[in-house]
Structures are given as C-alpha cells and as structure tokens.
Write a protein that binds this ligand. Structure first.
Ligand code: FAD
Length: 285
C-alpha cells in the first residue's frame, strides 16, 4: 500500500430512517445492526431487517459483503434485500441506484423491511434490543452472549452455517453474491485470552492446520471465501495493487464477479482513491 492515506470514519453517521409505509429503511453506514433493529422495532413490532445476528456489526461493511442472519433461509442475505444505496465518489458526487444501476457500495443503504417468520424471531429481536444496550469494556455496543461465547472457546473450532434461501433462484450471471452453489459456509475460530507470544503461535498454528486439513472437503479451484470474513492470509495489495495480485484473493471472495467488479471500480474510481489491503484493483495499475 502507499504510505500516505486517510481513514474514513463513519462512526458519526448512524442515522436510521424507517418508513413503514413503503416497508423500507435508510441506514447510514456507521450505524450498528443493533441500532438498526432497535429503530425498526420502535416503529413496528412485526417488521424487521434480514441481516446479521450480532448487534455490534456496522451496517456499511456488513450489508455490502452479503450479511447472513437468522432469517436468511426465508429472506436471503442483507444484500439481497438492499433496494438502493447512496454512494459518494472521489470527486464528491453522490450517486444512487437510479444513476448507477444495481451497485451497493454506499454511504446509506435502504433495506426492505420483512415480517419475522416465527414468533420466536420477534422474541429474539426484543432480546437483542435489550442486549445491545449494554456497553462492553471496550466501549462498543455488544451483546453479552458474544463475549461469553468467544471468551470460553479454548480450541480451534469451526461452525457450519447454511447460507442461502431454500427457494433461491437468482440467475448466476446477475447474482452479486457468488457462493450460492455451496451448502454451508465454515467459520474457523480460535480465541485466547492471554497475550503470551508462545500461546498465540500455538493457536494460530492450530487454526492453520485445521484450515489445511479441510482442503479435500471444501470447494476448490478456487477455494471459496466469504468476503465478510476478511483473511489477509489469502493475499494483499502491494503498493497500488494490480489485477494479478488482486486475483489471488479476489477470485476466492467474488468468483466470476471479480472481473466485473474490477471494471466497475476502474470506471467509477479510476485513481484508486478508495483502497485498502484487499480492495478491488483498477485495470491500469
Ligand atoms: C463478532 C462478529 C460477528 C459476526 N457475525 C456475522 C453474522 O452474523 N453474519 C455475517 O454475515 N457476518 C458476520 N460477521 C462479519 C461481519 O459481517 C463483517 O465483519 C463486516 O465486515 C462488518 O462490517 P463493519 O462495517 O462493522 O466493518 P468494517 O471493518 O468497518 O468494514 C468492513 C469493510 O467494508 C468496508 N466498508 C464499510 N462501510 C463501507 C461503506 N459505507 N462503503 C464502502 N465500503 C465500506 C470497509 O472499508 C471494510 O473493508 C461477524 C463479525 C464479527 C466480528
């Protein structure tokens, strides 16, 4: 990466504008999912947003990367329910779906509101409403169950999570989310509480062994990866980032969509102003 850069801080952009009349909500990129669920529940006890299970997640990164949650089997991912986005380009122009087409990297997102499919979904949401009102030691809004779960895991483990709607029928060629052909996503988890280097190496080594061990059982050519679980071991942009470099991890995250994303990025951010370790490269780099 280049030495000079700016970090864009979304933490003050947390507005949530719920519109019950047309079943939609505008959410600013810095709002957490907990704030989003809370604001929707203030207006309606029967509608919610299909998105992730952890209330501390930021709406911006979560929705743009996919966003699975407890209602995904019926309503799909958070990104599937996004009907509009307002984005700002490096010239300061604000674009939306009407001016850009169906591209959802934005400052504000507008997901559709959905009725939870079981009574327990409403219960879960009410619980998350009270949970997200607790502040953790780090000052983040966080559910207590997250801290308890993560803190108690001693060994590398993996969770298997089914990913898609039962009746998913989005044609592959226009689908922004490329992993619908797999039945499960695996989440590899290793946590430790002390900062001893020796222990850290042991845990990282353990998770690397588990990841390698799984090779025969998972997707291959390429091995797929969920972009919302960023993994720098898959590769990183060097300096300005090239197409070849970006392909190593970009094909795993985005599959056949990678090429299309590079074309869109080249068209709308030709100077590669918005970049990070695994951002989409531009063609001329
Ligand atoms: C405890 C925990 C639980 C999780 N549970 C789930 C889950 O249930 N379901 C699920 O799908 N995922 C889950 N995730 C993964 C989560 O979706 C990702 O970490 C996601 O990237 C969080 O988004 P963020 O905005 O908080 O993160 P950030 O790190 O702020 O952003 C992630 C990426 O998106 C980019 N980005 C953020 N906002 C914008 C924007 N407005 N425009 C353009 N780019 C933007 C950032 O540059 C960055 O590259 C979980 C993660 C954690 C840590």
């Amino acid at each position: 990466m280049n030495d000079s850069f700016v970090v864009i801080d979304f933490s003050k952009m947390r507005g949530v504008d719920v519109n019950i009349m047309d079943n939609s909500v505008w959410v600013e990129a810095g709002a957490t999912l907990g704030e989003l669920y809370y604001r929707v529940q203030e207006k309606s006890k029967t509608l919610t947003v299909a998105a992730g299970m952890y209330t501390s997640l930021g709406a911006g990164g979560h929705i743009t990367g996919g966003g699975y949650g407890s209602m995904m089997r019926k309503y799909g991912l958070a990104a599937d329910n996004a009907i509009d986005a307002r984005i700002i380009n490096s010239n300061g122009e604000i674009l939306d779906r009407a001016s850009m087409g169906r591209i959802f990297f934005g400052l504000h997102h507008r997901p559709t509101l959905r009725p939870p499919h079981r009574k327990t979904d409403i219960l879960e949401l009410l619980q998350s409403k009270s949970r997200f009102c607790e502040r953790s030691d780090t000052g983040n809004w966080v559910g207590r169950d997250v801290e308890n779960n993560v803190g108690s895991r001693k060994q590398p483990v993996y969770d298997l999570e089914p990913l898609w709607r039962k009746d998913e029928q989005i044609p592959r060629a226009i689908d922004p989310f490329p992993h619908r052909n797999v039945l499960f996503k695996i989440q590899y988890v290793a946590t430790w509480m002390d900062d001893e280097k020796e222990n850290m190496n042991k845990h990282v080594d353990g998770i690397n062994k588990l990841y390698k061990y799984m090779i025969p059982y998972v997707s291959m050519c390429p091995r797929q990866a969920y972009v919302n679980y960023r993994d720098f071991d898959l590769g990183m942009n060097n300096k300005n980032g090239s197409y070849e470099e970006g392909s190593s991890w970009g094909r795993m995250y985005f599959m056949d969509n990678f090429k299309r994303l590079v074309e869109i990025k080249t068209r709308f951010d030709a100077d590669n102003f918005f970049r990070h370790e695994q951002s989409i490269p531009i063609l001329s780099a």
